[in-house]
Design a protein around this ligand. Structure first.
Ligand code: AMP
Length: 512
C-alpha cells in the first residue's frame, strides 16, 4: 500500500495505473471504525484500485465545534487500510490540499455552495457552513482522484443527498454509492465521536435508534402523517432525559424538503446531544407492499412452495435463478468463455432482465433479456451446466442483485434463494428459512429419481452428497447460505407442500 500525502504524487501514480481499471474513492476524516471499513470493503469488491482519503476538513467545523479535539489516529488507520487491501491512502495536509479554514483564506478561495433548500434543514440549520465545507472538499477530492465510484455512508443522509445533487448539478463523471449504516450490537450507529462516550452514555444513546424503530413500526402499522410520527419519536426520546434532542425531522430523502405525509418514502433524521457529544441517526421509511424472502438449502422445497405462495397471494415471483440463467445464456450466445470474468463483467453493463408474471399458475414467469423473450431457451441442460459458474462471478451478482433490489422498491414480491433475506432484501418484511433434515431431503431426491426410472441410486450416498453440498453452500465466499437472524425457520420434514404454503400465508397476513 502507498501512503501519498502529495496531490502531484497521487495524480501521477493514478495516471500510471488507470488504463482500463476501475477506481474507487472512500473519503474519510480518519479514526476509522467498522462503518468506514464497510465502505472500504465495498469499494474493494467493486473496483480494481481503491483510494482512501484521510483528511480532517477544517471547513466542516465551525468555531464552536471540536476540530482540535477530533480524534486523529493515522498510524492505526494506515494499518487497517493495509490489512484490508487498500492500494493508496491519501492523507494531505491542509496546505497541500489548499483548505485552511480561517476566514481570510476562505474569502479568497472558491467554495462549492450546495442548494440552500438542502443546507438550511436538518443538521444544516445548526451547523452553518458545514455542508459548503463538505461540498468543497468532496469536489476537490473527486477532481484529484477522478474515481469511477465514490462511497459514502447513509448515516450522514443529508451529506449523501447533497453530494448526489452536487454530482448531478456539476455533471461530475462519478457514481455515488450509498452504504448502509453500521451499528453496535446495541443499535447505536458507529461514529468516530462514540469514543467520547462512557458506557452509561452509550447505553443512554441507544434510545435514538429505538425511537426510530418505534416510528418504523407505527409507520408500517399505517401511520403516515409527519407530525404524528415526529411526536412519537419525541415521546420515546423523552424517556431518557440525558439525551438532549436537537431536532427530529421528516423529509424527502432526495430533496430534503419537509413533507406533510409519507406518500412513497420519507427520511426521519434525529440529532441529539449526550453530554457534549453530538450524535445523529436516521431511518428510511418506505411505503411498499411486503417482500417475502425464502432461503434455505437445496432440496427443502423452496421453489415449489414459493410458486404456490406467489399464486395464492398474488405476489410477483422474482425468479432469481431465471435471471442467472438468462445471463448464462447470453454469455454462451455471445461466444464468451464462461470463466472470462473480464469480458463477462463488461457484457453485464448493458444487461436488463424483465420478469413478467405468467398467466397460468404452474408456469414460471416470462423472462425478457434486453427486450427479447428467453423463457424457454434458458432452461437447456447446457445453461444448467454453466449457471453456477456464472453466478459465482462478482460482477454478475452485483448487477443482478441491483436489478432484483429495484424490483423490491415497490414490494409485492416473493423470492427464493440462499442469501435473499441476508443480502438481497435484508429489510424484507417476512423472512423464511425453509429447511429439512439431510435424511428427508435425500429421501425426497431418491423418490424423484425412482419416479424417473433411476433405480440404481444409493440413498446413503445421496445423503452424503447433500451434506457436502450444504457445507459448500454455507462456506463459499460469495452469497453463502445463511439464516438471517430475524428469519422464521420452518422444518418441512413432516409437512406437505400445502401445509408449508399455508403457514407462510398465515405469517404474511400477520405482517401486512
Ligand atoms: P467521516 O470520517 O465521519 O467523515 O465518515 C466517512 C464516511 O464514513 C462517510 O461517508 C460516513 O457517512 C461514513 N460512515 C460513518 N459512520 C458510518 C456508519 N456507522 N455506517 C456507515 N457509514 C458510516
Amino acid at each position: 500500500m502507498l501512503l501519498l500525502p502529495k496531490v502531484k504524487e497521487l495524480r501521477s501514480y493514478l495516471a500510471s495505473q488507470r488504463q482500463g481499471r476501475q477506481i474507487g474513492l472512500v473519503p474519510t476524516m480518519g479514526a476509522l471504525h467498522q462503518g468506514h471499513i464497510s465502505l472500504i470493503k465495498r469499494a474493494i469488491a467493486e473496483n480494481d484500485l481503491v483510494v482512501v482519503s484521510i483528511f480532517v476538513n477544517p471547513l466542516q467545523f465551525n468555531p464552536q465545534e471540536d476540530l482540535q479535539a477530533y480524534p486523529r489516529q493515522l498510524d492505526r488507520d494506515y494499518q487497517q487500510c493495509q490489512k484490508l487491501g487498500v492500494q493508496v491512502v491519501f492523507a494531505p495536509t491542509k496546505e497541500e490540499i489548499g483548505v485552511n479554514g480561517d476566514t481570510e483564506s476562505q474569502a479568497t478561495t472558491t467554495t462549492v455552495v450546495p442548494p440552500v433548500t438542502m443546507t438550511s434543514v436538518l443538521c444544516g440549520k445548526f451547523r452553518p457552513g458545514h455542508f459548503t465545507g463538505v461540498a468543497t472538499i468532496v469536489t476537490k477530492l473527486l477532481n484529484i482522484v477522478q474515481p469511477d465510484r465514490a462511497y459514502f455512508g447513509e448515516k450522514d443522509a443529508q451529506q449523501l443527498a447533497i453530494i448526489r445533487r452536487l454530482v448531478t448539478d456539476l455533471n461530475l463523471p462519478v457514481e455515488i454509492v450509498g452504504c448502509p449504516i453500521v451499528r453496535e450490537n446495541s443499535g447505536l450507529a458507529l461514529s468516530s465521536r462514540n469514543q467520547y462516550l462512557t458506557e452509561v452514555e452509550k447505553q443512554q444513546a441507544t434510545i435514538i435508534r429505538r425511537s426510530l424503530q418505534q416510528v418504523e413500526r407505527e409507520f408500517k402499522a399505517g401511520i403516515k402523517d409527519t407530525n404524528t410520527l415526529i411526536e412519537l419519536a419525541q415521546t420515546q426520546l423523552a424517556t431518557v432525559p440525558a439525551v438532549k434532542v436537537q431536532y427530529v425531522e421528516l423529509v424527502d430523502p432526495q430533496t430534503l424538503e419537509h413533507i406533510e405525509k409519507i406518500e412513497q418514502t420519507g427520511l426521519m433524521a434525529i440529532a441529539a446531544y449526550v453530554n457534549s457529544t453530538r450524535l445523529i441517526d436516521n431511518i428510511l421509511l418506505h411505503q411498499r407492499q411486503p417482500i417475502v424472502a425464502i432461503d434455505g438449502p437445496a432440496g427443502a422445497g423452496k421453489s415449489t412452495v414459493t410458486r404456490q405462495v406467489a399464486r395464492k397471494l398474488g405476489l410477483l415471483y422474482l425468479d432469481t435463478g431465471a435471471m442467472y440463467r438468462a445471463v448464462t445464456w447470453l454469455v454462451m450466445e455471445s461466444g464468451i468463455a464462461v470463466d472470462d470474468e473480464k469480458a463477462i463483467a463488461s457484457l453485464m453493463e448493458g444487461v436488463k432482465i424483465d420478469l413478467v408474471p405468467p398467466n397460468a399458475a404452474s408456469l414460471p414467469p416470462f423472462v425478457y433479456l434486453n427486450g427479447q423473450e428467453v423463457t424457454q431457451v434458458i432452461r437447456t441442460p447446457e445453461v444448467t451446466a454453466n449457471v453456477s459458474t456464472i453466478a459465482a462471478i462478482g460482477a454478475v451478482r452485483e448487477q443482478l442483485v441491483k436489478q432484483q433490489q429495484r424490483y423490491g422498491e415497490k414490494g409485492g414480491i416473493i423470492a427464493e434463494g440462499r442469501d435473499i433475506g441476508t443480502n438481497v432484501f435484508p429489510d424484507a418484511e417476512l423472512k423464511i428459512f425453509l429447511t429439512a433434515s439431510v435424511q428427508e431431503r435425500a429421501r425426497r431426491r431418491w423418490q424423484d429419481l425412482q419416479n424417473q426410472g433411476r433405480e440404481d441410486i444409493d440413498l446413503e450416498q445421496l445423503a452424503r452428497d447433500i451434506q457436502k453440498r450444504d457445507e459448500q453452500d454455507s462456506n463459499r465466499p460469495i452469497a453463502p447460505l445463511k439464516k438471517a437472524e430475524d428469519a422464521i425457520a420452518i422444518v418441512t420434514d413432516d409437512l406437505s407442500i400445502e401445509e408449508v404454503t399455508n403457514q407462510i400465508i398465515a405469517l404474511y397476513t400477520s405482517v401486512r
